[in-house]
Design a protein around this ligand. Structure first.
Ligand code: SF4
Length: 992
């Protein structure tokens, strides 16, 4: 065996030229790491006649040589088998006792595969365990050797092999001369593009060599990766000094661009348009282009939909898991609906699935029928349940066919899915999907999104495989919950490939790992941020890094993957992806992740930029859309119009007006958005400045209304001027408003009752706590709680009743009684409750209701009940005007103001406020409140209702104000958030 290191930037073509290989030589065979490398090699060989089986992967070689020898168990089957092994051995485990970690079987499948690739056996694990002192690792190794042994026994017992056993069988077949039988003309093997090998792959290579074939192994250059080079040469049994290095000098320089974007969707937008341009303007073939992600996760779907929009053909390696697909989610939903007892939200969601469209095909306006049913269900506030749904369908006046179909669906799900055994479940699920006509819906949907067709093919194969496995002896009895768990697990493992058409290959969309050994003229490497490349090392759930190092020590080499090796592998992978671009390489990253958190580029990008002296180009959507050649779709056009202002007049707008019926709607949206985003300028009607002032001539305000205005004029406008109401409560929820209203009513009436019992004023000095609570209990007997909270379900209502009437209010009343007694002894007594006041100030009429007034010789105390949050409450400031203004109202009636307090019902120990007995100068504070009243009423009279949460005085003074939302206070509780036009960073001036 000869080992060559191939310099960076050099591909298969250069190696073959250097070796002087005649491509027509039928005695020469190749082994590549993956499909993309193999496909790229096909292109070289195409013009030289036969190539067929001469281009191989280990997997392809195994399937050709091991044919008829065994049945290969898929990843899903292995997982399924491992579940059974774990169940069988659970009682014997010394370390992995209950509760087992979630996904334990999946982790074991991966770990056992790693052991098998290293040619470790259960006996090796036992031997390692013997060498260890008592401890966690020893116990783990004993458990793992048991699992490994049982798994292997079960596998062979069923006559099955996994992909690693296949390689072992392959080595055996080759040693038995089967390679010569299948490829009689073969004399030489070139192995190309692997940066590393597993020991089972090395065994195959050794068996080829032992049979007398010439073997040359070409690996990427490993300079700078001394540990990886040492590991590789040890595996292959080659002295590092004997590694040869190809010296190729005439490599063409490739161009490299690094670009940063605000978000991943803009990376995709850029890349798909560059590709479109390469294909349509430069005549590049789609299959010459490769788009690479370190790992697909959800992002491959974004790339594919970007390509779909521009009509680009593509081929996606590895594919998408069934769990990520809409169809997979639909199947999981079917099961979850059943297991949840037809929970309202879940079932409503299921009814909207496009995969039920054929089942409901006799319903006209299906969407509105489903919406109506959903609304009726919400209004009835039931949580779910078959009986409730059936009763609702009976009573509702929905389209007849629709009601019947929904009933039918309920009965199919309820009775038709047998969850006792996996076998029964698979058969029932297949029948159910058939009855629901899902295949027809898939066919219809596939005309626009082929992804559904591929998902369907995968799902059908998977269900058949599961049924087959059940027939083979994996007759696992499972509970419904296990069934759902297993399905989710299996769906996340089952992947299907995406391709835009059957015939064409299109642009390759691959994960970095799949690119080994392949080169493309044009490569786009996306999403190279600090969080994605290098991929974070994830600790193995079963064997920790330190434990892996101990095992590596027994094997005298870094064979089991550990953290530092992982990062070296990642760096090498990045280098391989970069060197796979022969002509042009684009590297892109985003500054924000999907949750809008700031992100840095990967250090790998920064190092590359420094090495090659490259500057990062920052690009925005606006930069690109200002170039008309980037306009491909209707969305692009709308954005182009937005950025260029060309929607106003000129030939383009005239042309669009005539040929595109939606044009007027788009430009009114564009104009409004532009107005909203205008950086600086005066407040306009768009921000809530009303021109028709006749509306505000006769002003009638209230202290609470003024406080709302102080918080945000637009919020005041929406609630007090327009009279917009909050959305009704459909859910089992009680709003702050409902809670506060109820507490106020109860406290008001209870104190009124006490006062009339005591002759017109409340004096609690002779009333003990027990007696007071007895009185309160008697008082609450007459409260019609069901009438107050009629929309709640009975159970929830009962819990709320206990909380409000037996916990919160009694606690508050006892605490309040202590304060009342204290003030009683100072000569103050509660005398009026929910007292209406009305007063005039400089021509403005104000009205309000005071929760309680305590009168004493020195004047009046105003008491206001609040729910909670005492921290922000003040006696008087721009947002708190009630206490001083109520005192001012009483002063108008000839009552001396003495002080005022907020008392907090849900936080009874707290109190906020001031009185003359303390430091407060009440008259000065009343004056201050009146100045705010003057300011706010003057702005209201001018029609100023802009969403300004800052100091309003700045507006009157003509100063600039930044419009912004504040998610933690005012805006956090705002019912009109959706309506609000505030956009951060916009600055406005008023009055001037
Ligand atoms: S979200 Fe904030 S700024 Fe907008 S209306 Fe509500 S309170 Fe005012």
């Amino acid at each position: 065996m000869m080992l060559y290191e191939v310099p960076s930037g050099c591909g298969l073509k250069e190696v073959l030229e250097w070796e002087g290989v005649d491509l027509r030589d039928e005695s020469l065979f190749f082994i590549f790491p993956d499909v993309p490398a193999l496909n790229r090699a096909e292109r070289l060989f195409l013009k030289h006649g036969l190539w067929g089986n001469r281009l191989l992967t280990f997997g392809k070689l195994a399937s050709l040589l091991n044919r008829d020898m065994s049945v290969r168990l898929s990843r899903v089957g292995r997982l399924f088998l491992m579940e059974e092994v774990v169940e069988e051995l659970a009682d014997t485990f010394t370390y992995f006792k209950e509760p087992l970690i979630r996904g334990f079987s999946g982790s074991l499948v991966r770990l056992i595969a790693e052991f098998k690739h290293l040619k470790l056996t259960p006996d090796c694990l036992k031997e390692f365990a013997e060498r260890l002192a008592e401890g966690v690792l020893k116990k783990k190794l004993i458990d793992l050797s048991g699992v490994f042994e049982c798994y292997q026994k079960r596998l062979l017992g069923e006559g099955l092999v996994d992909d690693i056993d296949e390689l072992a069988l392959l080595s055996e077949s080759i040693r038995n001369g089967r390679l010569g039988d299948v490829f009689p003309e073969a004399k030489r093997f070139f192995v190309f593009g692997f940066p590393d090998f597993t020991l089972t792959q090395v065994e195959v290579l050794k068996s080829i060599e032992e049979r007398g074939y010439e073997l040359r192994v070409f690996v990427p250059e490993l300079s700078g990766f001394s540990t990886l080079r040492r590991r590789l040469s040890r595996k292959l049994g080659i002295n590092p000094d004997d590694i040869r290095r190809l010296s190729l000098t005439s490599l063409r320089q490739r161009s490299v661009e690094i670009r940063s974007f605000p978000s991943f969707s803009e990376e995709v937008d850029f890349v798909s348009k560059e590709i479109k341009r390469l294909i349509s303007e430069k005549g590049v073939r789609a299959e010459e282009i490769c788009v690479v992600l370190r790992s697909f996760s959800e992002k491959a779907k974004d790339i594919v939909s970007g390509f779909d929009k521009l009509g680009l053909s593509y081929w996606v390696s590895r594919g998408i898991s069934l769990k990520e697909s809409l169809l997979g989610q639909f199947v999981i939903d079917l099961l979850e609906v059943k297991l949840s007892g037809f929970e309202r939200k879940r079932f409503s969601h299921l009814l909207k699935s496009p995969f039920l469209s054929e089942f409901f095909k006799n319903t006209r306006c299906l969407e509105s029928a489903v919406l109506e049913l959903e609304n009726k269900a919400r209004k009835r506030r039931f949580q779910g349940g078959v009986r409730e749904w059936l009763a609702l369908l009976e009573e509702s006046n929905l389209p007849r066919g629709f009601s019947e179909s929904v009933k039918n669906l309920i009965s199919l799900l309820n009775e038709g899915l047998n969850l006792g055994t996996l076998k029964g479940f698979c058969s029932d699920l297949i029948d159910l999907l058939d009855t629901l006509n899902v295949h027809m819906a898939v066919r219809r949907l596939s005309s626009t999104h082929r992804i559904h067709l591929f998902a369907w093919e995968k799902l059908s194969t998977l269900l058949r495989e599961l049924r087959f496995l059940s027939n083979m002896g994996f007759e696992k009895a499972i509970s419904p919950e296990e069934c759902l768990f297993l399905l989710k697990d299996v769906f996340s493992e089952a992947r299907f490939y995406l391709r835009s058409s059957e015939e064409e290959r299109g642009v390759y969309v691959v994960e970095a790992f799949d690119l080994r050994g392949a080169d493309f003229p044009y490569v786009f490497l996306l999403d190279v941020s600090e969080r994605s490349f290098p991929m974070q090392f994830v600790q193995d759930a079963v064997l920790k890094d330190t434990e892996r190092k101990v095992i590596n020590g027994f094997m005298d080499g870094d064979f089991l993957l550990v953290e530092d090796i992982h990062y070296q592998d990642e760096e090498l992978l990045f280098k391989l992806v970069c060197s796979s671009a022969k002509s042009s390489l684009w590297i892109t990253y985003s500054q924000l992740d999907s949750r809008e958190r700031a992100m840095l580029p990967s250090y790998l990008v920064e190092e590359l930029a420094e090495e090659e002296g490259l500057a990062v180009k920052k690009e925005t959507l606006k930069d690109r859309l200002l170039r008309a050649e980037n306009v491909y779709t209707i969305y692009d056009l709308a954005r182009y119009l937005f950025f260029t202002d060309s929607y106003r007049e000129g030939e383009l707008s005239e042309f669009l007006r005539q040929h595109w019926p939606h044009y007027e709607r788009v430009i009114s949206g564009v104009a409004a958005e532009k107005e909203r985003l205008r950086n600086r300028g005066d407040f306009s009607g768009f921000e809530g400045v009303v021109k028709d002032l006749s509306f505000f001539k006769e002003l009638s305000l209230s202290p609470t209304g003024l406080e709302t205005y102080g918080r945000c004029p637009f919020r005041y406008f929406a609630s007090r001027v327009l009279g917009l109401e909050n959305l009704p409560e459909y859910e089992d929820d009680v709003s702050v408003l409902d809670t506060g209203g109820f507490y106020h009513r109860v406290l008001g009436n209870f104190f009124k009752a006490l006062s009339s019992e005591m002759g017109g004023r409340v004096d609690l000095r002779t009333v003990g706590d027990d007696e007071l609570i007895q009185k309160f209990r008697r008082f609450t007997e007459d409260i019609n709680f069901s009438g107050e909270f009629g929309w709640l379900s009975p159970g929830i209502r009962e819990l709320l009743k206990v909380k409000m009437l037996e916990e919160v209010l009694p606690t508050f009343i006892l605490k309040e009684a202590r304060r009342v007694r204290e003030w009683n002894s100072k000569g103050f007594f509660p005398v009026s409750f929910e007292r209406e006041v009305s007063f005039e100030f400089e021509g403005i009429r104000l009205r309000g209701v005071i929760d309680r007034v305590d009168i004493g010789d020195k004047g009046a105390l105003v008491i206001d009940y609040k729910l909670g949050s005492p921290n922000t409450k003040r006696f008087c400031n721009p947002l708190h005007l009630q206490l001083p203004l109520y005192l001012f109202a009483l002063k108008q009636e000839g009552i001396t103001p003495y002080g005022g307090y907020y008392r907090f019902i849900e936080k009874p120990d707290e109190e906020k406020g001031e009185s003359e007995s303390g430091k407060g100068n009440i008259d000065a504070q009343i004056e201050s409140a009146l100045s705010y009243l003057r300011l706010y009423s003057s702005l209201i009279k001018r029609g100023f209702f802009a969403p300004v949460i800052e100091d309003k005085k700045a507006c009157i003074d003509g100063l600039e104000v930044e419009l912004r939302k504040d998610d933690y206070s005012t805006c956090g509780w705002c019912e009109f958030k959706d309506l609000c036009r505030v956009h951060g960073g916009v600055i406005r001036r008023y009055g001037g």
